[in-house]
Design a protein around this ligand. Sequence first.
Ligand SMILES: *[C@@H]1O[C@H](CO)[C@@H](O)[C@H](O)[C@H]1NC(C)=O
Ligand SMILES: *[C@@H]1O[C@H](CO)[C@@H](O)[C@H](O)[C@H]1NC(C)=O
Length: 317
Amino acid sequence: MRWRSTLLPVVFLLSLLPLMTRGATNSGFKICSYKVQKFNKAKASNFRLMHSLTKIVSRYDITVLQDVMDPAVIKSLLAALNRYEEFTYESVSSKSLGNSPDSMQQYVFVYRTQTVNVSGQFQYDKKQAFVRNPFAVEFQSKKTAIKKFVLVAFLAEPKQAVQEMNRLYDVFLAVSKNFDNRHVMFVGDFHAGCAYMTRQDKKKIKLFTNTSFSWLIGDKMDTTSTEETHCPYDRMVVFGEPFLKGIVPFSGKVVNIARDFKLTMSKVRDLSSNLPLEVYLKGSAPLLKATAPLLKATPLLILASASVIVQSFLSAL
Ligand SMILES: *[C@@H]1O[C@H](CO)[C@@H](O)[C@H](O)[C@H]1NC(C)=O
Ligand SMILES: *[C@@H]1O[C@H](CO)[C@@H](O)[C@H](O)[C@H]1NC(C)=O
């Protein structure tokens, strides 16, 4: 019977472990940007394709979709996502954008209602500047170190990608003024590479020449799923040091969905010729603060348990 009293404190300590490590293992807040090429009803009616897309989107707190050609596909996607028990997803969409009736498309932000709120939206609306004017959504979350941040979706017109990318600086000014918030991140298929943007072209783009902007996806990355191309088309660009510090270092990357979701390359290409990007925001401090007293108490607990063990050991002699 004696062994029980010896084990008790150990069991008690073990039961505390998950509580003590929660702060440290808080994996942060995940954002994804994905151009699902020509996302229309035909694509959404492909069950296996939708299943893969649902799995991908369900991994993130926010997913910024581009090239959405029919609002009905987002309804299907949300229905599929909300069949999962854990989280509820909602969406915010831009109006239909484009310069010809058969290529009209929307930017769509899909987000988890349990982890983030939408606090505003803003459609950049300058004539002749973009084929698809960028669309901004401000988010607010208790889970992130940066409490309020703005994501701007942007899909460049390939033939004028350099000019459009340069105009993102004006978009930054308009967006940050609109929300009175400079925690701004641009995401999307910028066509920022290969024939559409050469190294020389970078000098003509303010988001490159102004060092306050950080490009999280480097020029050597390949954001395409096709074998023939190796181009960093898709990007994530953050303004300012405060927001940069709220991001998990080096977490901005191209997602290997073939590996992560066990998809064949042909399925990956059926989804899109672009691959998704992801980035993690740092978790909020309050979670760490809440566990701090517990961490401080730990040495005492260990001491107390140790003395109990020694006592019961001595009494056993
Ligand atoms: C969203 O906003 C509501 C109302 O202000 C608040 O109660 C909730 O905690 C917020 N959710 C998150 C994840 O920040
Ligand atoms: C970069 O842009 C920011 C935001 O508009 C501005 O405050 C800053 O002066 C610019 N830096 C340079 C070197 O132009």
